[in-house]
Design a protein around this ligand. Sequence first.
Ligand code: SF4
Length: 183
Amino acid sequence: MTDQKPKLLLHICCVGCGVYVSQLLKLDYDVKLFFYNPNIWPEEEYKKRLGEAEKIAKKFNLELIKGEYDHDKWLKAVRGHESNPEKGERCLICYKFRLDEAVIMAKKFSCDYLTTTLTTSPHKVASAINEIGEQAAARFGIKFLSQDFKKQDGFKKSSALSRELGLYRQNYCGCEFSRSHKF
Ligand code: SF4
């Protein structure tokens, strides 16, 4: 009898939430991280967030898969929605854009489950993200782990852990349209 844990691909949108959620999920799953965020602008900011993810993956001995950074492709996907408020249609497209790619990666790496750290933020509506994730995962026969990681003080705990580890915490969601909306 083996105690092999199911494989889970964790899409991480930033390292602060990523480190907290990955430590939580490691108890029950064999976790791989997937950094796929072509929404982030400018590129220097993208590199900064990716660099932090690399540091943490090394520190906690986690495999980190890096997605492509194609911001122009992302911009095309959200065209016409640039002025939408946060949590509006542009954000729904942005979640889908990232989770559609995450599920392809989960399949490629033979993962049983997929989930995302996106629900950790108090600025994100978990039900919308989970619905998009479930639809994307179903197309590939992968289970989407629907969660709301901000619950049980998840956001506070993730902020405290990133402070403790001295991690960079961004002050806006990611895209150029969210830069004026500081956290
Ligand atoms: S505000 Fe955040 S979730 Fe919404 S479109 Fe921009 S990067 Fe994506």
